[in-house]
Design a protein around this ligand. Structure first.
Ligand SMILES: *[C@@H]1O[C@H](CO)[C@@H](O)[C@H](O)[C@H]1NC(C)=O
Ligand SMILES: *[C@@H]1O[C@H](CO)[C@@H](O)[C@H](O)[C@H]1NC(C)=O
Ligand SMILES: *[C@@H]1O[C@H](CO)[C@@H](O)[C@H](O)[C@H]1NC(C)=O
Ligand SMILES: *[C@@H]1O[C@H](CO)[C@@H](O)[C@H](O)[C@H]1NC(C)=O
Length: 447
C-alpha cells in the first residue's frame, strides 16, 4: 500500500498540471493507464481507482497480499483454479485489524492461506477489572460473514465495517472493495449479510450500542441508515463484559426479520433480551419487538434451524436453548439444555449433516452436540489438544471448524471436527495453528 500510495501521489501531482482525460502506455505491458475527465479516477486494465478515496479516505482497506502459503506450491500458482476450493475466515482483531483466510482441503483439513488488512482497527472489550477480556474479546458471535463471493468484517476499534470480494478460484485471495464504512455506533461486534436485501447489518456493543444497516454493492459498502436502532444498555467503549453486552445480530432464514441477542446480567436482575426488527418494504424497519424469554439470562450465539422458524441460542449462564417466536415476534423457550460442566457456553452452529447443533465454551475445551428439538445433550467431546477453550465456530458440510484464540502460552488454533458419520459421531481430526495469528482472533466464517 505504501508503494501504491506514493504512485498515486505522484500521479495526482502529474495530473494536476496536465490536460485530462489522459491515456499513458504502461511500458511494454500492452496495458495503459487512463484518467477520467474530472481527473479523479484512474483506470488500469479495466480496473478503476478513485483518487479522492485512495488519497484522502482514512482507513482505505489495504491489500497486503499473502503473507504465507500452505499446501506446498499449489496455492502460489495463481493460474491454478481449484473448482470448489474452500476457505474459512476470521479476524485478528489486532490494532491493525486483518482477515485471516485458511485453505480447506477436500479432506476438511486446514493450511495457511492469507492475512489481509481491513483498513480498520481491532479492539478488545474489558472484564470487570478493566483488563482486556481476551480470549472473549468481543463477547460476540459473527465478527465476520460471507455471502456469495463477498466477505464483510467488523472493525471494533474504528467503528467501521470492511468489505472484500473473494476470488472464485482461490478463496483465500481477498480484494478490498471501497473503504471501511461507519457502523453509526461504537464497538461493532457482529455482522449479518442479506443478499436478498443487499444489506450488511451490524450490531454495536459500546457507548452507542445498537443495530445499523449499510448497503452492499459490488463496489463495496455504502451508507444506508441515518440512525442507529439503539439498545440502551449503558455501556462504555470498549464495553465491560461479558454481561450486559450485545451478542449477535442475524437475519432469519427468509430475511424477513433482523434478530439480535443481548446479554443480561443475572447479578443485577437484568435478563437480557432478543430483539426483532421485521423487514418491511424491502428494508429493516425501526419497529422493534423485544422479549426476555423466561429461563434465559445471558443470550449469546445463535444458529438458524432448517425447516423451522425456531432459533437455537446459547446462554452463557447454563448451556443452550431453542426459542420459538410468536406472531408478534415474542420469544419463548421450547427446549433447554443445561450443560453440567460448562463455564461459558457462548457460540453455536447447526450442521445439516448431523441434523444437530454444536456449541463451544471459551473456558472449557469441549464441543457439545445438542438435539435442537428435544434439548437432549447428544455428545460431549472433551478435547485433549491443550487449547484453553473454543469460541466462534462454523459448520461446513462434513466438518465443523472452531476457533481457539489461545492465550499467552498456547497459540491460536482452529480445531477441525469430522461429523460425516452423522449424529453423535463428531471426532477431532486436526488442531491447526495458523501462522502469524495473535491471541485476539475472533469470528468464524466459511465459503
Ligand atoms: C499451474 O497451474 C496450471 C493450470 O492448472 C498448470 O498447468 C501448471 O502446471 C501449474 N504450475 C505449477 C508450477 O504448479
Ligand atoms: C430479581 O427479580 C425477582 C423477580 O422480579 C425478584 O423476586 C428478586 O427479588 C430480584 N432480585 C434482586 C437482587 O433484585
Ligand atoms: C468431559 O469432562 C468433564 C469434566 O471436565 C466430565 O465431567 C465429563 O464426564 C467428560 N465427558 C466425557 C464424555 O468424557
Ligand atoms: C493457557 O491455556 C492453557 C490451557 O487451558 C493453560 O494451561 C495455561 O495456563 C494458559 N496460560 C495462560 C498464560 O493463561
Amino acid at each position: 500500500m505504501v508503494r501504491f500510495t506514493s504512485v498515486f501521489t505522484c500521479l495526482a501531482l502529474l495530473f494536476a498540471t496536465s490536460a485530462v482525460p489522459v491515456t499513458i502506455p504502461l511500458g511494454t505491458t500492452g496495458q495503459s493507464l487512463s484518467v477520467s475527465e474530472d481527473g479523479k479516477t484512474i483506470s488500469v486494465d479495466g480496473r478503476s481507482i478513485n483518487l479522492d478515496q485512495a488519497l484522502n479516505a482514512r482507513g482505505v482497506c489495504k491489500h497486503e497480499g499473502k503473507k504465507h502459503h500452505g499446501k506446498g506450491g499449489a496455492s502460489s500458482n495463481s493460474t491454478a483454479a481449484t473448482p470448489g476450493a474452500k476457505a474459512i475466515y476470521f479476524i485478528t482483531n489486532a490494532a491493525e485489524n486483518s482477515v485471516v483466510a485458511l485453505n480447506v482441503a477436500t479432506d476438511g483439513t486446514l493450511s495457511d492461506g492469507s492475512i489481509t488488512t481491513t483498513g480498520g482497527a481491532g479492539l478488545s472489550g474489558v472484564d470487570s477489572t478493566g483488563a482486556p477480556a481476551a480470549p472473549d474479546s468481543l463477547f460476540s458471535q459473527g465478527a465476520v460473514k460471507t455471502a456469495g463471493n463477498f466477505l464483510v468484517a467488523v472493525n471494533p476499534g474504528s467503528n467501521t465495517l470492511s468489505m472484500f470480494s473473494i476470488s472464485p478460484t482461490d478463496p483465500t485471495q481477498l480484494t478490498c472493495l471501497g473503504s471501511p464504512q461507519s457502523t453509526l455506533g461504537d464497538f461493532p461486534v457482529s455482522v449479518s449479510l442479506s443478499t436478498k436485501l443487499s444489506v450488511a447489518c451490524v450490531a454495536n456493543s459500546g457507548a452507542r450500542a445498537g443495530v445499523a444497516c449499510l448497503s452492499m454493492t459490488a463496489n463495496g459498502l455504502a451508507p444506508l441508515d441515518t440512525a442507529l436502532r439503539p439498545f440502551a444498555i449503558g455501556q462504555t467503549t470498549p464495553p465491560s463484559g461479558p454481561e450486559n453486552t450485545v451478542s449477535q445480530t442475524f437475519f432469519n432464514a427468509d430475511d424477513s426479520a433482523l434478530l439480535t441477542t443481548v446479554k443480561g446480567n443475572p447479578a443485577v436482575n437484568n435478563t437480557g433480551f432478543l430483539s426483532v426488527f421485521p423487514v418491511a418494504n424491502g428494508a429493516v424497519s425501526m419497529q422493534e419487538a423485544r422479549s426476555s424469554p423466561a429461563g434465559t439470562a445471558v443470550l449469546f450465539g445463535t444458529a438458524l434451524l432448517p425447516n423451522s422458524n425456531n432459533i437455537f441460542v446459547t446462554d452463557a449462564s447454563f448451556g443452550s436453548a431453542t426459542l420459538s417466536l410468536n406472531a408478534q415476534n415474542i420469544a419463548s423457550v421450547v427446549a433447554k439444555t443445561p450443560i453440567a460442566d460448562q463455564k461459558a457456553t457462548c457460540w453455536a452452529a447447526f450442521s445439516d449433516v448431523t441434523g444437530t447443533a454444536f456449541v463451544t465454551d471459551v473456558a472449557v475445551n469441549h464441543l457439545v452436540e445438542v438435539d435442537t428439538v428435544t434439548g437432549t445433550l447428544i455428545k460431549e467431546l472433551n478435547s485433549t489438544n491443550g487449547n484453553p477453550g473454543m469460541i466462534d465456530l462454523v459448520s461446513a458440510g462434513n466438518f465443523v471448524y472452531a476457533l481457539s484464540p489461545g492465550n499467552a502460552s498456547v497459540k491460536a488454533a482452529v480445531a477441525v471436527f469430522d461429523v460425516s458419520g452423522g449424529r453423535g459421531t463428531a471426532k477431532e481430526i486436526q488442531n491447526f495453528n495458523p501462522s502469524g495469528v495473535p491471541d485476539s482472533a475472533q469470528g468464524m466464517a466459511f465459503i
